[in-house]
Design a protein around this ligand. Structure first.
Ligand code: AHG
Ligand code: MN
Ligand code: MN
Length: 356
């Protein structure tokens, strides 16, 4: 360790080493590994990163300029739209519209899918996103994020995209990612060849590879669920949570587990991905399909977690196998470390109980 003249420990900055790699370099290197690639997909990822930087700039300024609070509108989810929800939605739509690689966009903040270049569609890709996840945390300086999912349009849809072009099952995703605007800003994505994370260096405005080849632990000690909804849960889930709160015998994995629930899926997911844990947003008596949206919350995170060695289930099969019926479909979510999701499923099916 080195010490600077004022005595503070001098950590090695990513930009100070000789081996840093920017997101753009990384994308180009990966593209070169796919023979026949014409670069459209790389440009699309670059556009997403540019929009993410614009959103991060606005998030960092919120509170100083008039960006906190509601717009006064209600979105298609029947939720109050925040000003930053709308700004983020517009930043991504603008970047993708200009880029020309995308023919259809679906957003949490827009009732219908948005076709681009409708009469002369050159773009091959469909992008679905939650522009700002964790809206309830925007005004109180807690981590929020963006989640996105990318599909290729089916060949026979070229030039005549409809909403059907977007309604593909999660296994068809060609890429998925998220950005957390947190203590620092990180962009994590997969194209089905592992998961990599890039931290924004604000001094040079570049995402730099900081978390190569992310794998999630087989088991962690965190569970994330809104326990205020306890009374509306099914019996197997109540048993699972009770079991996680019990002391474990000497030879079993350490219990009790610890609860962490921020209320921004993207931030809860990222922490659990790195440290090991399970995030649950179950079906309940009020919401038989849970709360999280299949196409732009559950599916992208399911693709990422599976690529990192984790699991993502609805309680009725893998999230990635759910056939969507509409853009804003919801589904129950059990996602995270594989051994913990496995435990959850065993309790849900009644195969295990807290007395075992
Ligand atoms: P969004 O802000 O995009 O509408 O998503 C909110 C979601 C998710 O981020 C979070 O985990 C969950 O809602 C929290 O819901 P509860 O307040 O019901 O726990
Ligand atoms: Mn969300
Ligand atoms: Mn949102």
């Amino acid at each position: 360790m080195t010490f600077s003249h004022n005595g503070a420990a001098g950590a090695t900055l990513a930009t100070g080493g000789s081996s840093f790699i920017t997101l753009e370099q990384f994308i180009i290197e990966r593209e070169a590994e796919s023979p026949g690639s014409k670069g459209q997909f790389s440009r699309l990822l670059r556009d997403m990163a540019v929009a993410a930087k614009m959103v991060e700039r606005d998030v960092r300024k919120a509170g100083l300029v008039d960006l906190f609070g509601e717009t006064g509108e209600i979105n298609v989810q029947d939720e109050e739209q925040k000003k930053l929800d709308v700004l983020a939605h517009e930043a991504f739509v603008r970047a993708l519209r200009r880029g020309g690689e995308v023919c259809l966009i679906g957003s949490e903040e827009h009732a219908e899918a948005i076709p681009l270049l409708f009469d002369d569609c050159q773009g091959k890709y469909v992008v679905l996103f939650d522009p700002l996840d964790g809206s309830s945390n925007i005004d109180v300086n807690i981590s929020i994020g963006t989640i996105f999912s990318i599909y290729r349009i089916p060949d026979d849809h070229v030039g005549k995209v409809t909403i059907e072009s977007a309604l593909q099952c999660g296994r068809q995703q060609v890429a998925a990612g998220y950005i957390v605007y947190g203590s620092s800003t990180i962009l994590v994505y997969t194209t089905g060849n592992g998961v990599n994370g890039f931290t924004l260096d604000p001094s040079i405005g570049e995402f730099l590879l900081s978390h190569p080849d992310i794998t999630t632990p087989d088991r962690g000690n965190i569970y994330s669920i809104n326990e205020g909804n306890y009374n509306s849960w099914e019996p197997g889930l109540k048993e699972y949570i009770k079991w996680m709160q019990q002391e474990a015998p000497d030879d079993a994995p350490a219990r009790p587990y610890t609860t962490r629930y921020i209320g921004s899926f993207v931030a809860d997911f990222h922490r659990n991905l790195m440290k090991g844990g399970v995030y649950i947003y179950p079906a309940n008596t009020r919401n038989p399909n849970g709360k999280l949206r299949l196409m732009y919350e559950a599916n992208p995170m399911a693709f990422i977690v599976e690529q990192a060695g984790g699991r993502a289930e609805t309680g009725n099969g893998p999230i990635l196998d759910v056939e969507p019926e509409a853009l804003h479909d919801r589904c129950p979510v059990y996602i995270g470390s594989p051994a913990m999701v496995e435990d959850a499923l065993a309790f849900l099916s009644g195969e295990r109980t807290s007395r075992d």
